[in-house]
Design a protein around this ligand. Sequence first.
Ligand code: PLP
Length: 447
Amino acid sequence: MKNELKHELFHQFPILKELANKHTVLWENTNWQKETTTNLFSMQEVDEAEETLTRFSSYLKVAFPELLESQGFIESTIQDIPLIKKALERKFDVSIPGQFILKCDHALPISGSIKARGGIFEVLRHAERLAIASGKLKKEDNYVVLGTKDFQEFFQQYTIAVGSTGNLGLSIGIMGKKLGFNVVVHMSSDAKEWKKALLREKGATVIEYEADYSVAVEQGRREAEQDPFCHFIDDENSKDLFAGYAVAAKRLKHQFEKTNIKVDETHPLFVYLPCGVGGGPGGVAYGLRELFGEQVHIFFAEPVASPCMTIGLMTGLHDAISVEDIGLDNKTEADGLAVGRASKFVGKVMETYISGCYTVTDEQLFTSLGLTMDSEGIFLEPSAHAGMFGPIQLMKNGQNYLEKHHLTNKMEQATHIVWATGGSMVPKEMREKYLKFSRNSVNLQNE
Ligand SMILES: *Cc1c(COP(=O)(O)O)cnc(C)c1O
């Protein structure tokens, strides 16, 4: 990026300076609209994704016995977390009116993160397209046949490749290998050792890079282009991924109905989503805004070292600006969020959808990690704790937003959803290290 442009941007957007200094900020999206509009994506694609997942349910419950109980559906629960709320209120000296709820994607079956939505969906959709095109499968068939040796051999002819900071690779590797595909995962330097080891154990090829996520994705894309039998799952541009994530919104609406959680004129809904490249939180946000309109207020959470979506949306430059352009190093223990350049596709869709973004320090993430364990006995990986600071940011620095949207006197009836994006696969030793680190007694370097 040219220096004159940088200079002009810092002048035009004073928050950039705060971000460059790694201060935690709450940025309000002034392009937010009551009536969302986009011509880049449609709810029909979400409905189709949901139908595809339903077709696969008979196969999934056989392939993964952990899915027997849910009849082959990959879904997470919602859980009231009053003790965490209390602990955060005390620690950060703030009062948070309303109900505090955890969306437990850290416990999603198969791969233990939000990537079990989009990532697994895109693998399934790709498998279905190949199988149907070859004449081996019809949409009316019982998909349990996909587990047979015949299909395994069929999928063995094909490769799926992906670039990842860890969890996307994990989801795609586990699902792809289960079906019989060759899987190549291009891992950024942030990826944790245990995630790479687990993938290799499942039979995936792991290629490691010294560089960050964008480089891993670019290399993966380039290699895949040269192989007609290879499908590249493009975390920066894929509409299939986005659709898979968006299905969560429809399911959440059902969960609200079942548990009598109201979302209406007097009961606002706030949703806080940790954001990396944008696909996961973007898909969920898209679906929720389509379903709940102006009654849902969505905030994305990013580490102070990696606020790529915040700067992309604020400047309108999307993927034409990176965190390095404002002098940040994109180094964070929140490996799932260590992305320096946001998805242009997601950023463009989100322009009128989300209420804003905020940033968190690694120290805050680990404070929350300890509090969450001590108060409620729940372990979440560092990235997933970014959501916890949404209500705090909103109550401390969001008065302007609350007033503008006539929310101030409705907060007692509000529901806050903290989207817990990952954690149940983290090995025991690693959890203990994280917990010790949260108590400042261990160094995490080289883990
Ligand atoms: C990937 C990931 C996110 C963010 O999803 P993006 O699609 O990269 O924005 C958040 N939390 C965890 C734990 C993740 O793995």
